[in-house]
Design a protein around this ligand. Structure first.
Ligand code: BES
Ligand code: MN
Ligand code: ZN
Length: 460
């Protein structure tokens, strides 16, 4: 996607961003004709109001946006939705919002999914503010938009193979090592659970593996759930529940976005990205309820529900990640409906086996306006996962605490000595809000990248 920025444009329309509290004074300073216009357009200084103001000839002389009372980067994300197509330039600086955040929000608000239909509305372009780290804006915005495109692409055009191709492109761009284990090779290389979940599809399951960075640097491993379509398997989802399951690879897209930011910023880490990519399908060779599968780790898993497939494919990837004893493992997955019941659609749930790391990530999310909320790895609920004849059941015996039991299932495959974060995300904007058009979303990607760059940015 081409980002909506231009170098300079003499004819660009100036955009004033005004605080609600400053509105009366600002309004008084405007020429009489402009005041008449603003009043006629119904502007009164309330947050979110936006209008073009004409000059004496009826040509646009300027635009004004009333920002939120508490300044936020997302004020700038609203501009592409509120302004008519054309070229604009901000008046003054963006403080207290950083220019990078403001322009990232602007770029994110400009995202449209154009694979199957042109953007019918023209483009709202912004002149680059002076003194801004353009490369940073570009890498973050491009990574986020790639993730959104992948999540929004329907499953007929994005299966496990296409997801691997997209991952390979990200790896190539940054000269990372890329490998992928496909189909029956998963059995030979001891990824039995990924294979079991994905084998019913005509599109072979696979494990995508990207490695990048200085070998001696701290090891950070990202794992993303790559279910390209979740029909539920033999425990088939009802139509309403299946409808948007093209987005069930949202975790994979999110960690690809983070990886792309990390590599572009050349953080001093030895990064690894693991993406188990499958389609959860129905066929004669599908895995079944009450099947028991020995996982990569050796743990025997009884299938209580074939629709709890995410935690299954993640468990083999987590076991592989833990083998290297990384300094940090972060997994992102559209794992449970229960997480959405708990926190609603916009706020990803975070679980962590290390309080300090949890605080670090929550803080990064607050700083970057990409928030998460923590839920506990509540050990007493481990009993809901007990199986009578295997080590563990993949589905809780009660729907209560469903996000927690899913996280506890994952924890089974992570040693306590490895700091581990699990993020249960929606990966989808259900409605358009400033900077967040309806469609796929890499929720928590900037929060994770923020944590990693706070820790591992190269000193300059
Ligand atoms: N991909 C779904 C979870 C999901 C559903 C995320 C809707 C976002 C919106 C996952 O594979 C799933 O089906 N989970 C089941 C687990 C249950 C069978 C234990 C769920 O949440 O109902
Ligand atoms: Mn499922
Ligand atoms: Zn799923």
């Amino acid at each position: 996607m081409t980002l909506p920025f231009i170098d300079r444009a003499p004819a660009a329309i100036p955009v004033a961003v005004v605080a609600p509290a400053d509105w009366p004074a600002w309004f008084k300073r405007q020429p009489a004709k402009a005041r008449t216009w603003l009043q006629a357009a119904g502007l009164s200084g309330k947050a979110g109001e936006c209008a073009l103001v004409p000059d004496g000839d009826g040509k646009p002389a300027m635009a004004v946006l009333v920002r939120s009372i508490k300044p936020t980067m997302w004020d700038y994300g609203a501009l592409p939705q509120k302004l008519p197509p054309g070229d604009y330039a901000l008046v003054g600086d963006t403080a207290p919002v950083s220019p990078v955040d403001a322009m990232v929000a602007f770029a994110l608000g400009s995202w449209r999914f154009t694979r199957y239909r042109d953007n019918k509305r023209g483009v709202v372009r912004m002149v680059w503010p002076g003194k801004i780290d353009r490369a940073c804006v570009e890498s973050v915005a491009t990574a986020m938009c790639l993730a959104r495109d992948l999540i929004t692409t329907p499953a007929n055009d994005l299966g496990p193979a296409e997801l691997a191709t997209a991952a390979r492109a990200v790896a190539r761009k940054h000269r990372a090592r890329f490998s992928v284990i496909v189909g029956n090779d998963l059995l030979r290389r001891n990824y039995p659970v990924i294979h079991a979940v994905g084998r019913a599809s005509t599109r072979a399951p696979r494990l995508i593996d990207i490695v990048w960075g200085r070998p001696g640097a701290p090891k950070v491993t990202l794992i993303g759930k790559g279910v390209c379509f979740d029909s539920g398997g033999l425990d088939l989802k009802p139509a309403a529940g299946m409808l948007n399951m093209k987005k069930d690879m949202g975790g994979a897209a999110t960690v690809l976005a983070v990886a792309s930011m990390v590599m572009a910023a050349k953080l001093d880490v030895r990064l690894r990205v693991l993406i188990p990519a499958v389609e959860n399908s129905v066929s004669g060779n599908a895995f079944r309820p009450l099947d028991i599968i020995a996982s990569r780790k050796g743990t025997t898993v009884e299938i209580g529900n074939t629709d709890a497939e995410g935690r299954l494919i993640m468990c083999d990837a987590l076991a592989e990640a833990a083998r290297e004893e990384p300094a940090l493992v972060i997994d992102v997955a559209t794992l449970t409906g229960a997480a959405r019941v708990a926190l609603g659609p916009d706020l990803p749930v975070m679980f962590c086996n290390d309080d300090a790391v949890a605080e670090e990530l929550l803080g990064s999310g607050r700083n970057r306006e990409d928030q998460l909320w923590r839920l506990p790895l509540w050990r007493p609920y481990r009993r809901f996962l007990e199986s009578k004849i295997a080590d563990i059941n993949n589905a809780g015996s009660t729907p209560f605490g469903g996000a927690i039991t899913a996280a506890l299932f994952l924890q089974e495959f992570v040693p306590d000595s490895v700091p581990w974060v699990h993020i249960d995300t929606m990966a989808w904007n259900q409605t358009t809000t400033p900077g967040k058009p309806e469609g796929g979303e890499a929720m928590a990607a900037r929060a994770i990248f923020g944590l990693l760059s706070d820790r591992y940015a190269r000193k300059r």
